[in-house]
Design a protein around this ligand. Sequence first.
Ligand SMILES: *Cc1c(COP(=O)(O)O)cnc(C)c1O
Length: 497
Amino acid sequence: MEYRSTRGKRQQTLTGAAAVLQGLAPDGGLYVPVKFPQPNFKLAELNKLSYQQVAKTVLQWFFDDFSSDQLNSSVLAAYGDQFDRPEIVPVTGNRAGNYYMELFHGPTLAFKDLALQVLPQLMTNAVKIQQMKQQIVILTATSGDTGTASMRGFRDVAGTQVIVFYPEGGVSPVQLKQMLSQQGNNLQVVAVKGNFDKAQSMVKQIFNDQAFNQQLHDRGAQFSSANSMNIGRLIPQVAYYFYTYGRLVSRGEIKNGEPINFAVPTGNFGDILAGYYAKKIGLPIKKLICASNQNNVLTDFFKTGVYDRNRPFYLTNSPSMDILVSSNLERLLFMIADENEQEVINLMEQLQQNGKYEISSAMKGQLGDFVAGSANEGEISQEIKRVFDEAQYAIDPHTAVASSVVHRYQQESGDKTPTVIVSTASPYKFPETVFAAITGASVNQTGLPAVSQLNQLLQDELPAGIKELFEIESKREIVIAPERMEATIIKSVNDRV
Ligand SMILES: *Cc1c(COP(=O)(O)O)cnc(C)c1O
């Protein structure tokens, strides 16, 4: 398996290990497989595998420069008892019309744990494969969940440090508490004035600044990224699509080989792209349903072929999807442009200069695997209530975006295909919204008191990752202007290398 940049020449390839360490390509592009694996798997046999075994199988398809032992120990370390369910990814029975793939049983209660528990393992092995001597500086812009999940994944991992930037006021109270409560000697977390897109574009810019990279290099350090732009984060996510399919077959909910839909609450387009990769290598997926909140730039893109970020930015109750520049869409563009990097470069230049671009009709013609829709704040609350009333099942606002979009799509299209809703966070991560939606009463408390209030309503066991927040004393929030990000990084590197 070889990788290349979406903006680079086909001949300029690198190994999986090198791509994982680099994170982003120096030309600003994202790493993608030069050729997709064409694994010779038997779906009927995948069903018998544990989550760890499926994850290892998928990683082996994409990262064949890692040894079998390396991948084995990686998945065992990543998917162990830091998850509060032995099956790692439980899949519900039919609830209010659909299945829910619960990706929130990891230590930080959001789906990002599925990738960020294994990424540090892949990176430390990649350091060995590449015989790298530099310290890895994980630079991350987060809309809430990536920050905590990367700190949790990388905490005290030798040879690494993590610097997290998040938009001030742009994350939920529980997300903030989680970020400020992470323990580890190699972690730094800082709020930046402005929204997520601002923080993310600054991170990309710093990442690609040659002079700045040289300064780091002189200090014995090198950047990498734990954002979903890193291919080492994307590939582990392919696993849960396969695993879930297998669970549904083995429970007799679907027949082996029968196509199903997945509905994915989308922000940076990483999670849903992993589903597209799964389809590309042979998983029977009919439609991928791309669900957005009020920041519905992707809905318009799939409907019209025009990507236009010149629009109001809304802070919603599903903050991890408050994004107007979906980085991973570039990987999809690359595929539907028949891997023509020049076409990608042109579109990305237009996005940079005008904030918008339109894809060709040939490209548009290749979007048939996707359906897109969005849900506003009222629809999200209604859906949380509908699912709770019909199935006594509480979903978080991000999951509710997908659930709402699918519910409407099913009513309008008559599509009866079995559908799995990708459940990306625990309701306890957003207790204010969930409680208010279910009871109709507005909450007068936020953060941990709201968690307790929701817990009284739901009467279930609090996840361990929430329980520990009640005990940990959190750090004070540090807020900086975007111009101070570089200085913050240099200081952190000086302190820790
Ligand atoms: C990150 C996140 C999303 C969006 O995932 P993308 O891969 O960025 O599309 C959705 N829901 C939750 C809870 C998240 O943390």
